[in-house]
Design a protein around this ligand. Structure first.
Ligand SMILES: O=C[C@H](O)COP(=O)(O)O
Length: 251
């Protein structure tokens, strides 16, 4: 039986004072929840603060992006080893905002995924279709291509040490959540596609849903058989919302 995971993706939000209050509230508000796992993926400058405030707690932390390179003349980039220095457990790879705004294609995402794993991080690999793609009824084709590039590059067994996140782009930050049925359909498709390579890896793999998850819809999404928790954007910045989502995953 897969345990659930709720990971917050703060995106480019935060500040030293508000982070301290938010993290303190999350630690306290989830202290009694032992069944699910919880994490926050914070902007790079706040990793040290996250490490300081979350070490010795049940909340793990991570980053939102990583360089595919080990080291070198890559101005502005951050390596996986550097993230390890700050105690990161997770790193998001291939978020749709990185794909759309920073030109990351599935090949680059695969390199980042690999670099993260080599250093000992758990990549949270994001896949998902745009609204145009959904309306053109090519959701499965798009998600399959995103997934297959990773599988071809890293091998199926590497997926066992990762987390997947299905994030329909049209549901991100829009308040339009996929219905539990719509999300479950794609999650099941992803799991089946992985099972074609390895039933064991597919059975153990956490597949999170992301896209306007809130306290009022988390429970029904997380009740779906192939939804193993959530990757939470906006609601991860509001302590009460995030804690309620964590509670829904812990049921
Ligand atoms: O990584 C998180 C997703 O992009 C979801 O963001 P959202 O919860 O603000 O829609």
């Amino acid at each position: 039986m897969r345990s659930k995971l709720v990971a917050g993706n703060w995106k480019m939000h935060g500040g030293m004072v508000q982070n301290r209050d938010l993290l303190g509230a999350i630690v306290a508000g989830t202290a009694a929840l032992h069944k699910a796992g919880f994490a926050v993926c914070v902007p790079y400058p706040y990793l040290y603060q996250a490490q300081t405030l979350l070490r010795d707690t049940h909340i793990q932390w991570g980053a939102q992006n990583v360089s595919q390179h080990d080291k070198g003349a890559y101005t502005g980039e951050v390596s996986a080893a550097m993230l390890m220095d700050f105690g990161c457990h997770y790193v998001i790879a291939g978020h749709s905002e990185r794909r759309a705004l920073y030109g990351e294609d599935s090949h680059t995402v695969a390199l980042k995924f690999k670099a993260a794993q080599v250093a000992g991080l758990i990549p949270i690999l994001c896949v998902g279709e745009t609204l145009d793609q959904r309306e053109a009824a090519i959701t499965e084709k798009v998600v399959a291509e995103q997934l297959d590039t990773i599988i071809e590059s890293v091998g199926i067994n590497a997926l066992a040490k990762s987390v997947l996140a299905y994030e329909p782009v049209w549901a991100i930050g829009t308040g339009k959540t996929a219905t539990p049925g719509q999300a479950q359909e794609v999650h099941a498709f992803i799991r089946d596609r992985i099972a074609a390579h390895s039933p064991e890896v597919a059975a153990g793999l956490k597949i999170l849903y992301g896209g306007s998850v809130k306290a009022n819809n988390a429970e029904e999404l997380f009740a779906m058989p192939d939804i193993d928790g959530g990757l939470i954007g906006g609601a991860s910045l509001v302590a009460d919302e995030f804690i309620a989502i964590c509670r829904a995953a812990n049921n």
